[in-house]
Ligand binder design. Structure first.
Ligand SMILES: Nc1nc2c(c(=O)[nH]1)N[C@H]1C(S)=C(S)[C@@H](COP(=O)(O)O)O[C@H]1N2
Ligand SMILES: [Mo]
Length: 207
């Protein structure tokens, strides 16, 4: 007759721990839902490249092989979708935005405070540069130790896990650095300009 007590005790501890990791209004999801505003583009590593465009017009591009030759970063993070699911402990590998901006500066791309991620298929989302630097974001090509599936943004997607997941642009091809903030696709259509899940910044006008 000791098991009911210990099972209940552990169960309560576990749910309290996960409640602390859930931003307001979110629930824990064990699967990995696919949310795309349009069809999945058919990109291969052979026809993929990635470009950073500076607000001064200077740019830098990488082919897949050049991109892979950069130092890799691996992170485990919780992710939070504005449709209210959160997924704990997702593991990603990619190239950090710090590394990419460092390479870009050697080509004369000036650092600007704002950015727009531009994707194959036309999706865009704005992210402040300060929300992508100091280890906060990467262009990710592996999820849970396997190449990123195309429906989840493969060959590569932006990952900005501390903001709502609509900021993690799938099939990213370009990052445009901007001197003034501009809203992307969902930000024009009623979503918050920054999207911090801990402040529950879901919609335009939320604090
Ligand atoms: N290119 C592109 N990126 C996108 C989207 C999209 O429709 N197109 N949807 C966004 C939204 S709203 C979410 S919640 C996540 C979903 O990522 P997933 O399908 O890997 O779960 O991708 C984001 N990135
Ligand atoms: Mo979303």
């Amino acid at each position: 007759m000791t098991t009911p007590f210990s099972r209940g005790f552990h169960g309560r501890k576990r749910s309290e721990a996960s409640a602390e990791r859930l931003p307001p209004g979110q629930y824990e999801e064990r699967g990995f839902p696919v949310l795309s505003a349009g069809p999945t583009p058919h990109l291969t590593t052979a026809n993929w490249d990635f470009t950073i465009v500076g607000s001064n017009g200077r740019k830098i591009s990488w082919t897949w092989d050049e991109f892979q030759a950069l130092p890799h970063q691996r992170v485990t993070r919780d992710i939070h979708c504005v449709t209210k699911w959160s997924k704990f402990d997702t593991t990603w590998e990619g190239i950090s935005i710090d590394t990419l901006l460092g390479e870009a500066s050697t080509r004369g791309v000036t650092r600007s405070p704002y950015a727009m991620a531009v994707c194959e298929g036309g999706y865009t989302t704005n992210v402040a540069v300060a929300d992508m630097t100091d280890g906060k974001a990467m262009v990710a090509f592996q999820f849970d130790d396997a190449p990123l599936h195309s429906e989840h943004g493969g060959p590569a997607r932006l990952l900005v896990p501390h903001l709502y997941f609509w900021k993690s642009a799938k099939w990213i091809r370009q990052l445009h650095l901007l001197d003034a903030e501009e809203p992307g696709f969902w930000e024009v259509n009623g979503y918050h300009i920054r999207g911090d899940p801990w402040r529950e910044q879901r919609y335009t006008g939320d604090p």
